[in-house]
Design a protein around this ligand. Structure first.
Ligand SMILES: [Zn+2]
Length: 504
């Protein structure tokens, strides 16, 4: 009998313990629905972004190997992933793909059991044909379903252009603090951490933003160099102030002729009662950026293509030259052959031209076969505004391996009198050493390496003995005054040089 009593007492205690554990974890567990459409849309580019350009993940696949998902789970979040779509920067996004992604996201929201928050994994510079502001359209539709009580947190590239309308519907915003980007994963983790804290502490977040009328390319707003270095370094100090949760400096995306294209400072507070301090800090950051506008410059030598090739040939180590007007990482088509033409003119032997998009030329290389001579007309077929096709003659020295035939990663290399020309069947950017290695190339084996980039991405930036920027024409022209802006807000620096401005 005594044993039965002890067992009953033990059973009772265990039950109490389990119930308390369960209710404790239940009070902590929050459900967060996730979605994302990440794209940087160049409105000048003649290359539309199509459905096939997007990589789309759905359901649990979204969460695989994602530090934000791991951190969220550690914080007791249960995720309801819907659709996350991502495409490499390109021209304006076709309406049909956006509308289909949007419907799928909205359906996911309607079908989900109740949830406490939403995480939006965005770039911030999405532009869709037929829409004034597709990102606002998406978030407005989401609000229509979930109402105003569900907290929405978003992570963004600092090259995003968020509109006032969009900001009116989101609760928490955080953006990268580095360009070239080194903190993508960290930023997304921050968006989740902020959301978790806001849900658990029942914040009613308050967002303030100041638009700075500056159009600046990423190459002139590098966060590792002054003047922005010191300004970005203030962020961790600012968010230690009472009531503030986060601060972001959006350099914005300048190759978009849209009313919302500009720099922007966003400060998030945990409650409207901290509005004054949030506004004060946002205005102070914005004023400093405006005051430094003339110092937003390239951090490496730049000049005409000819000047850059001459300068590179005088240097005794490898020199990377960016074909900045045709920057494929900022949405340009990547088929303007102007720098290739100049390399041939200068007889720049031991150069690597990486690379040019031309499917016809690639197929001709395949037909010609390895080690055979070939005459080609390359480039200027997609960018028919700034690019003109050129004739080249060389020997095919590399063809895609069988495993890549039929994929969008086919490349050939043609040796044009000592200039190795990479010809690709689709737009790809050489941003890491792996991109070169895939074709058996080591950029440091060459005297000159031409890349269709603006700034070098971290891995190349760290190894490049010298980097020069060729100020080439194209849809990513680094001189804003040479682009046909019509819709962007005016006055705007540097389109209107004599303008004056102060944060309100
Ligand atoms: Zn970016």
């Amino acid at each position: 009998m005594k044993r039965v009593i002890i067992n009953s007492v033990t059973f009772f205690c265990v039950m109490i313990f389990l119930v308390s554990c369960f209710s404790k974890s239940n009070s902590k567990t929050k459900r967060v629905l996730t979605l994302g459409i990440r794209h940087e849309s160049n409105t000048f580019s003649t290359l539309p972004t199509r459905a096939t350009d997007f990589k789309v993940l759905r359901g649990e696949d979204v969460l695989v190997d994602q530090p934000w998902a791991e951190e969220g789970r550690r914080l007791g979040i249960e995720f309801i992933p819907t659709v996350h779509a991502y495409s490499w920067p390109g021209g304006v996004v076709e309406k049909t793909i956006f509308e289909s992604l949007k419907s799928e996201i909205l359906e996911g929201i309607r079908n989900a059991d109740s949830f406490d928050g939403i995480y939006m994994d965005m770039h911030g510079a999405l532009h869709v044909e037929g829409y004034e502001d597709a990102q606002s359209e998406l978030i407005r539709e989401i609000r229509k379903i979930v109402g105003n009580d569900v907290l929405i947190s978003g992570s963004f590239d600092l090259h995003g252009n968020l509109s006032k309308d969009f900001l009116n519907h989101i609760n928490l915003v955080t953006a990268y603090r580095t360009a070239p980007h080194r903190d993508g994963a960290e930023t997304k983790v921050r968006a989740i951490t902020m959301l978790s804290e806001a849900m658990n502490k029942h914040f009613k977040p308050y967002i303030t933003s100041v638009v700075i009328p500056i159009l600046v390319p990423g190459e002139k707003s590098i966060t590792e160099v002054e003047p922005l270095k010191s300004i970005y370094l203030q962020i961790p100090e600012i968010i230690k102030k009472e009531g503030l949760i986060d601060a972001s400096i959006f350099a914005g995306y300048c190759w978009a002729d849209l009313y919302r294209s500009a720099m922007r400072v966003i400060v998030v507070a945990s409650d409207e009662k901290y509005a004054d301090i949030a506004k004060h800090e946002a205005a102070a950051l914005a004023q400093q950026i405006w005051d430094e506008r003339v110092n937003l410059k390239l951090d490496v030598p730049s000049g005409s293509i000819d000047e850059m090739i001459v300068k590179a040939s005088e240097y005794n180590e490898t020199v990377f030259i960016s074909d900045s007007g045709d920057n494929t990482t900022a949405g340009a088509p990547g088929d303007n052959p102007q720098v290739l033409s100049a390399l041939i003119k200068h007889n720049a032997k031991n150069s690597l031209y990486a690379g040019i998009v031309d499917e016809d030329a690639l197929n001709q290389c395949k037909n010609a076969g390895i080690n055979n001579e070939i005459d080609l007309i390359v480039g200027g077929k997609i960018d028919n505004v700034f690019g003109k096709p050129i004739e080249i003659n060389g020997k095919v020295i590399y063809l895609p391996s069988d495993s890549l035939i039929g994929t969008n990663r086919e490349s050939a290399i043609v040796d044009v009198n000592g200039i190795k020309v990479v010809i690709m069947n689709s737009r790809r950017s050489f941003i890491t050493l792996r991109d070169f290695k895939e074709l058996g190339l080591n950029p440091l084996d060459y005297k000159i390496v031409v890349v269709k980039l603006g700034y070098l991405y971290p891995e190349l930036r760290d190894i490049a003995p010298l980097h020069l920027i060729a100020l080439t024409s194209g849809f990513c022209n680094l001189d804003m005054r040479l682009l046909p802006f019509k819709r962007v807000n005016r006055p705007s620096y540097p389109l209107d040089l004599d303008m004056d401005w102060h944060p309100e």
